[in-house]
Structures are given as C-alpha cells and as structure tokens.
Design a protein around this ligand. Structure first.
Ligand code: URA
Length: 215
C-alpha cells in the first residue's frame, strides 16, 4: 500500500518534469575525494619519505576562487589539511578581510607533502607534484587564482620575477586571471609587509566583484 502511494508520488513528480528526486551528488567533490584517496600513498618524490599525511587540498569543489600556497607545514602534515597552523589562521583572516570564507574557496598547495624543516620545495619536487594541482584546477575550473608567496607565483607563472614585480599586475594562468600576494607566513615574519598585502587583497576583491558580476 505504502509502496504504491510512493510510486504514484514519484510518477507524478517525473510527469511534472522533475527527472531526479535527490539532488545529484556533487561530481566534482566526489572526484576530488576519490583522487585524494588515490594519491595518499604517492611516492613520486623524496618528500613522501618524511610525510605523515599527504595534504591534498580542501574547500568548495565549485569554487570561483582557488588559493594556492607553497606546501604543508608541521600542522598540515599532521592533520592532512592545508593552512591550519599559524599561517593558516592568518590566511583565514586575510580571506575574511575581503569577505570570503575558507569554505567558499578551494585551498591547495604547489607540493602536497611537507618539505623537511619547511624549506622551499625543490624544482624536481614541484615538477613531480604539479600534475595533481593541474588536475585540481581542471576539475574545479576556478575563475580566479590567488598565489600566496613567491614559490607559488614563480612556479605557476614559470617566472623568476621578484615579489615586487609579480604583485604589480594581473596575470593569466591557462586563461584564468591570477593574482599574487605575500605568503601569510612571510607576513608573520615581516609585519611591515601587511600594508602591501592589504592593497593586493583590495585589488583582488575589486576584480572578484567585476568578474563575478560581469561588470
Ligand atoms: N604554508 C603553505 O604554503 N601551505 C600550507 O598548507 C600551510 C602553510
């Protein structure tokens, strides 16, 4: 009896043009989750040797904005999540200052495993890991990129320019508008750079509204 009533209800819904009763699982989110699982035992470079957890990335799989850092630090290595230590706290505040939450952007890094003593990732480590990031970008299809710090910016833009030069203008990465600002860890070490970072973020926010609203 109940089954018959449910079937009738479903038929009515289908007749009215509704093709799926439950919202479809977010395919991009599922894809990213599957890939994070697939890569967790990656051995493509030496960084895997010192790894506790691979830090794949997190956030909105349909994000308009993708934030790209350098690589996990100690807290990230332990938790498996990007930007959760002191630098992460500042990143959260930087995003909040331009009215963005961590949940609405997607956060990832150039390398997914922690470099020893937080040194810069070596060229071969960046190269080995880059396909994972490119794959994330292809899945998420962000409309804007924000590179945090010199390592992220130089790697993504294949550039040897300084921060001063890179911050000055909008870039394109695979046709996606891309912006450069200071890495939050660098801001914690050099608070006098916060002025410049604030200017970068304001510029970024302005472009965000333009691109989002098509103005
Ligand atoms: N610094 C980064 O670049 N990425 C992290 O995830 C944490 C610190």
């Amino acid at each position: 009896m109940v089954n018959k009533a449910i079937r009738q209800q479903l038929e009515l819904l289908l007749q009215s043009g509704i093709k799926e009763i439950y919202p479809p699982v977010d395919k991009r989110g599922q894809q990213l989750a599957d890939l994070a699982l697939e890569y967790q035992n990656c051995q493509k470079c030496e960084l895997s040797q010192g790894r506790t957890k691979l830090v794949y990335g997190e956030g909105n799989p349909g994000a308009f904005i993708m934030v790209i850092g350098e690589g996990p630090g100690a807290s990230e290595d332990l938790s498996g999540r990007p930007f959760v230590g002191k630098a992460g706290e500042l990143l959260t505040k930087m995003l909040a200052a331009i009215n963005l939450s961590r949940e609405e952007v997607y956060i990832a890094n150039i390398v997914k495993c922690r470099p020893p003593s937080n040194r810069n990732p070596l060229p071969e480590e960046r190269l080995a890991c880059l396909p994972y990031l490119l794959e994330q970008i292809a899945i998420i299809q962000p409309r804007m990129l924000l590179f945090m710090g010199l390592v992220a910016a130089q790697t993504m833009l294949c550039s040897s320019e300084s921060m001063g030069e890179l911050r000055q203008r909008e870039h394109l990465f695979q046709n996606i508008p891309a912006f450069v600002t200071y890495h939050p860890a660098a801001l914690l070490r050099n608070p006098n750079w916060k002025h410049g970072a604030w200017a970068d973020l304001q510029q970024f926010e302005k472009r965000y509204y333009q691109l989002r609203d098509g103005s």
